[in-house]
Design a protein around this ligand. Structure first.
Ligand SMILES: [Zn+2]
Length: 257
């Protein structure tokens, strides 16, 4: 079975010193691809190193996360864009980018950075991995202005009506460990077409409920996620995994071995 973690943050401080262990554990669990999403310039550089160290397994999605727009250093935005342009042959997506309603103080700056990231995705013909907490209306209003290769609304947690519109627009969604216990997420999975669906852990985000119980999130949790999706959709686990692996190849333009 080929498992995919389409959204994780391997360069997060919580994983420092443990990435080799995490990746070995993921491989042992059947994970064949991890898309490591950066948050700022430092994590862009670190994610590139990991991708170099683990070819055909770790793939970088680079960008500035909305949580970081308020703490960007002088020239960090320009330097990050410059780095991504220089590394365009290895970068597989622009991510994690987006808008977050909890950081309203930096709203105008969030929109400015998000716009720059979307322009970069357009210019480099890369898909975008988007964080949309509480901001899907503004994001939906902005996206049609760009010609994007693909849009992944990660950890999709909006209404079913919004889901249908996103799917009609050709966007992909991804869900993670909440698939095992969160009623709203399970309903989204039930209603989403599996052909536009990816699995993620969003590690190091911690999940408090069973079976995760607050332990440090690992990409190997993907097995649980796939099992939950199979249960919700009343399908075989293997069939879900196979479809997600196909979706991964289509969305990221990556050929799995
Ligand atoms: Zn994330």
């Amino acid at each position: 079975m080929k498992l995919i973690d389409a959204h994780v943050h391997l360069s997060a401080a919580e994983y420092a010193g443990h990435t080799d262990e995490l990746i070995a554990d993921a491989k042992a669990a059947g994970v064949v691809a991890l898309v490591t999403n950066s948050m700022d310039l430092r994590t862009c550089q670190s994610d590139l190193k990991l991708a170099e160290k683990y070819p055909d397994l770790v793939y970088p999605a680079l960008g500035i996360h909305p949580w970081n727009v308020n703490v960007l250093k002088e020239n960090e935005l320009e330097q990050t864009i410059d780095l991504i342009q220089k590394q365009k042959s290895v970068v597989k997506a622009i991510g994690e980018i987006g808008l977050d309603c909890k950081y309203e103080t930096a709203w105008e700056k969030q929109i400015m950075v998000f716009d720059k990231m979307l322009r970069l995705a357009e210019a480099l013909a890369l898909p975008a991995i988007i964080h949309s907490r509480g901001t899907i209306d503004k994001i939906a209003e902005m996206l049609p202005s760009y010609h994007l290769k693909g849009v992944l609304l990660h950890w999709f947690s909006h209404s079913i009506g919004t889901l249908h519109r996103a799917v009609d627009d050709g966007y992909f969604i991804s869900e993670g460990p909440q698939a095992t216990y969160a009623k709203d997420i399970r309903e989204i999975i039930e209603k989403a077409p599996l052909t536009q669906f990816l699995t993620e852990t969003d590690g190091p985000v911690i999940y408090r409920k069973p079976p995760y119980n607050g332990q440090l999130t690992k990409p190997s949790f993907i097995r649980n996620v796939v099992e939950s999706v199979a249960e919700i959709k009343n399908m075989q686990v293997d069939d879900v995994a196979q479809q997600v692996a196909e979706n991964f190849q289509v969305f990221f333009n990556i050929k799995l071995n």
